[in-house]
Design a protein around this ligand. Sequence first.
Ligand code: NAD
Length: 264
Amino acid sequence: MSRVSKQTLTTEGRLAGKVALITGAARGQGAAAARRFVAEGARVLLADVADDAGKQLADELGAAAGYQHLDVGAEDEWELAVQRAVAEFGGLDVLVNNAGILHFSELASTSLADYERVLRVNQIGTFLGMRSVVEPMTAAGGGSIVNVSSVEGLAGMPFLVAYTASKFAIRGMTKVAALELGGRGIRVNSLHPGMIDTRMVQDAAGGAEVDLSRVGKKLALRRVGQPEEIAGLALFLASDESSYCTGGEFVADGGATATHALKI
Ligand code: NAD
């Protein structure tokens, strides 16, 4: 990808002039955010381990996008990704820590290896991501970090012990980072999607088709969410429209957490 100078910044859009790094951007919610951010004038470095899909989407998005292989659990790979965003796009204003994996198993039979695998991506990935952008965002005079947690970062869910632990950790880390980084103009918020129509659940179910609509019907809005609906919230948190928001929890769950009443 060619180097884009500050002079060629798009001047239109809610993210005009901003540079964003989005992890897990090859598909699902990360891909939807990448599309939306570019449409709103940002230049976006898409990062993922799914290189073919990530490159394809970046190519489709044109000169405002690039693709970088980044395993979010690998410390050394973060440095490269951040350096590339700064070198090619002239800075880094937004980080969306979106990459995540799910693992279903009962607590009693969850292996340490599976527990650690989930924490490595979801929790350590978010920690490394936030730590990696402190310097460039400070140099840029501020920035916005959006940490994708889940409704499982607000309440427990059976068979998701590792995932729930990691998503609660993200919610907590977000607040620590918000408190430490506010003085540098860096805002940090957590985003809590409910059930969203992506391949994540199917992958965790070993590739089997899972009918999400059955769960969706129990929600206030009677349906599961679409990745684009989460991208809209990520856009708000990334943009200056959320300039007074930091350390906050932003829920988009179709009403899943609005009730404590169990439906029969
Ligand atoms: P998805 O499986 O479609 O996308 C996840 C992306 O992360 C994939 O492109 C995958 O290749 C990438 N990824 C996995 N491991 C990685 C690693 N080590 N380094 C970099 N990238 C990696 O799922 P999604 O629904 O788009 O999930 C996005 C985020 O939203 C995740 O953090 C997930 O936990 C969260 N979330 C999803 C739901 C849901 O119902 N789908 C609900 C709440 C929260």
